[in-house]
Design a protein around this ligand. Structure first.
Ligand SMILES: Cc1cc2nc3c(=O)[nH]c(=O)nc-3n(C[C@H](O)[C@H](O)[C@H](O)COP(=O)(O)OP(=O)(O)OC[C@H]3O[C@@H](n4cnc5c(N)ncnc54)[C@H](O)[C@@H]3O)c2cc1C
Length: 379
């Protein structure tokens, strides 16, 4: 008998899980991987696209290139999930797998921040990053705000990276002296689990004239007056607003009744949900890590090891540790790194590695290795 698995969502978590199961089980696997899109992109490629470093076409990885024993990809939209019966309905068919894995990530609710859609921009969606590619060149003077509108949000270093890359962009276009940059964050330091990383970021902000506004959210924009309104009612005038929109589970997940406090609760050691043979991995859960691809991958590795051990009768694999490495763009061709551990100690920790050329290469390898592992494509 084959291991019959349905994976909903072909992002970091879904791709890693499908690859690992295929590698270990080959034709003993009967796995369907579903996504509504026909391509994947790495989260950080949105920063490359918005600042014109790469074209959108060059960062798209097409699911049609996935050729793995036991795995088939279906481009379909998931319309209904019944976790009790493990029945899934899409726009093209019905599924009833033995094992169901939900890896549907986080969606955005731009309308939750009044004025954001009319008077601002967001760079968290692919379309938002693409749009900004043509908007950023029209910012030649004034005040740019990078602002978080709600928590939790994906990739907590990304707002700091956007501020540093905007600084780099403006310098390279001879415009930096005409422009001010502010970063509004809901934390007292940029990366709360890592005081060392935060210290390095704060001193870089200071050196480069970027104003860090801690412990605040942007709750609205007034497009007529061009001001951002913070949660303490402070108003900040802006000429360019780069927002991090409110995150939420995809509507189909909310309608499934699986969420609690907005996200799918899981047994953090195994990623099991409250429903038998239903797992949830990555951004769609409230597992206790930050929302980032590297943690979705780690969760997929834990689920894959458990399913393989159960299928082959091996010994119980280790629990999920919520650990992972994030690379941080410091701009000016420097990349730093933080190794974060969310779950194996009492409080999250983060070890910092100074920005360097070597880490630029490591980050590149992070991208190319996923492209090869998941899509069989070499650079
Ligand atoms: C600007 C930016 C920079 C980032 N940089 C990094 C970084 O450097 N390192 C890092 O680790 N992470 C980074 N991230 C975060 C990372 O992209 C996400 O955390 C990661 O993609 C989450 O993986 P996931 O598998 O949980 O979900 P996702 O990768 O979001 O995958 C979910 C999939 O589900 C699909 N889906 C959703 N609803 C439906 C439906 N109804 N029907 C069918 N399909 C559906 C979506 O199309 C999507 O492909 C960054 C994010 C941003 C925005």
């Amino acid at each position: 008998m084959k291991l019959n698995v349905l994976v909903l969502g072909a992002g970091f978590g879904g791709l890693e899980l499908s690859s690992l199961l295929s590698e270990a089980l080959g034709n003993d696997l009967d796995l369907t991987l579903i996504d509504k899109n026909d391509f994947f992109f790495l989260g950080f490629s949105k920063l490359d696209v918005m600042f014109g470093k790469k074209t959108s076409d060059s960062v798209r990885l097409f699911y049609k290139d996935i050729v793995k024993p036991g795995v088939r990809f279906h481009q379909e939209e998931i319309l209904k999930i019944d976790p009790e019966t493990r029945q899934v309905i899409t726009n093209k068919g019905n599924y009833h797998p033995d094992i169901l894995v939900i890896a549907l990530g986080a969606d955005y609710d731009q309308a939750a921040t009044p004025g954001l859609m009319e008077g601002g921009n967001e760079f968290y969606s692919f379309e938002g990053a693409e749009r900004l590619r043509s908007i950023i060149p029209s910012f030649t003077k004034g005040h740019a705000i990078i602002g978080v509108t709600s928590t939790p949000f994906k990739c907590p270093p990304a707002p700091s990276e956007a501020a540093l890359l905007l600084d780099e962009y403006l310098i390279s276009h001879g415009l930096r002296d005409n422009c001010a940059i502010s970063l509004v964050m809901p934390f007292n330091i940029p990366i709360p689990p890592s005081p060392e990383t935060s210290k390095a970021l704060l001193s870089t902000f200071k050196e480069r004239g970027i104003t860090f506004i801690p412990n605040r959210l942007v709750i609205a924009l007034d497009p007529d007056r061009k001001v951002a309104i913070l949660d303490d009612k402070t108003e900040l005038p802006y000429d360019l607003f780069l927002g991090i929109p409110k995150h939420r589970v995809p509507a189909v997940v909310e309608a499934s009744g699986m969420t609690d406090d907005g996200w799918i609760p899981v047994e953090y050691k195994t990623l099991e949900t409250f429903y038998p043979n239903v797992y949830a991995i990555g951004d769609v859960t409230s597992v206790g890590t930050a929302k980032a691809g590297i943690f979705s991958e780690g969760a997929a590795q834990t689920v894959a090891a458990k399913l393989i051990a159960e299928f082959k009768g091996g010994k119980h694999p280790p629990d999920y540790d919520g650990a992972g490495t994030c690379y941080i763009e410091f701009g000016r061709k420097m990349v730093g790194r933080v190794d974060v551990d969310f779950l194996s100690k009492d409080t999250p920790t983060g070890k910092f590695f100074e920005p360097s050329d070597t880490l630029v290469g490591e980050k590149q390898h992070f991208g190319t290795s996923r492209k090869e592992k998941w899509f069989g494509l070499k650079d």
